[in-house]
Design a protein around this ligand. Structure first.
Ligand SMILES: [Zn+2]
Ligand SMILES: [Zn+2]
Length: 259
């Protein structure tokens, strides 16, 4: 499997998974121009895209969706709860309801080339989701972002995944001493907020085995720093597990064969 991260963080999130002549996108917090250029840059033909999945409806994950739908007509999967509880947000972002495909948690979704297993996350956007994806070549990916706590279901799904994308949003100390007012600090570190470095790294350590790849994503610009997170990851995760701390807004790609 070939995968590409077009950007990650509060500035926008967009992940592409490509195998053979089939691809799926998770989240579209970028402009259509940036998405098109990203596909071109990573050598992914636009016609290979079979579906898009959304984690939730905050603009850094969904602001590009409306235009993407109108340009491509490709189905966009999102939880039934997210649709029913976020009507105003959907309309405000210009998202086409007739191109949204609702799923229920617990359901496995089959799209051309991939099987997708959504799971609940805990965030202040109702019906938010994380995903485990298994390609037809049997490469498995776990993606969990924008969650205040780690859902019970996540460990088993992550443990069985070759490549993991895990939010590592804030350093506790930097959040405490940083520029945000108290209510915002509480929102970020709360049950429906974001994942701290400590929780993310501990989780990654507990679910990873030799040969896995772990990407720490959605790193905050104001209350985190790759210079803080990187040494913490190095100290905590055994060698033999590939780790990368993703800079805010960074573009990169990776390749993974089935075990
Ligand atoms: Zn976000
Ligand atoms: Zn969010």
């Amino acid at each position: 499997m070939h995968y590409a991260v077009l950007t990650t963080g509060s500035c926008g999130n967009c992940y592409i998974f490509h195998e053979g002549d089939k691809a799926i996108i998770i989240d579209d917090g970028v402009t259509y121009t940036k998405l098109s250029r990203g596909l071109e840059m990573h050598g992914i033909p636009a016609e290979d895209i079979k579906a898009m999945f959304l984690t939730h409806l905050h603009p850094d994950h969904s602001k590009g969706v409306g235009v993407f739908q109108r340009k491509t007509g490709i189905p966009v999967y999102i939880s039934d709860i997210a649709i029913s509880r976020n009507g105003t947000v959907i309309d405000r972002q210009g998202i086409e309801r007739n191109l949204l495909v609702p799923f229920s948690f617990g359901e496995e979704i089959r799209v051309d080339g991939f099987t997708v297993h959504p799971f609940r996350t805990c965030h202040d956007s109702e019906g938010s989701a994380g995903y485990r994806i298994v390609s037809d070549e049997n490469v498995s990916v776990f993606l969990m972002t924008d969650t205040g706590v780690i859902p019970d279901e996540a460990a088993a799904l992550a443990m069985n995944s070759d490549v993991k994308f895990i939010e590592s949003n804030y350093d506790e100390d930097m959040l405490e001493k940083g520029p945000y007012p108290v209510h915002l600090r509480k929102r970020i570190s709360g049950t429906y907020g974001h994942l701290s470095n400590t929780k993310a790294v501990e989780f990654a350590r507990s679910v990873s085995r030799q040969g896995d790849s772990v990407y720490f994503v959605h790193v905050s610009a104001n209350c985190n720093s790759p210079d803080v997170l990187r040494p913490f990851v190095m100290r905590s995760i055994p060698s033999g597990i590939f780790c990368r701390v993703c800079e805010r807004g960074e573009t990169f790609e990776g390749f993974r064969d089935a075990r």
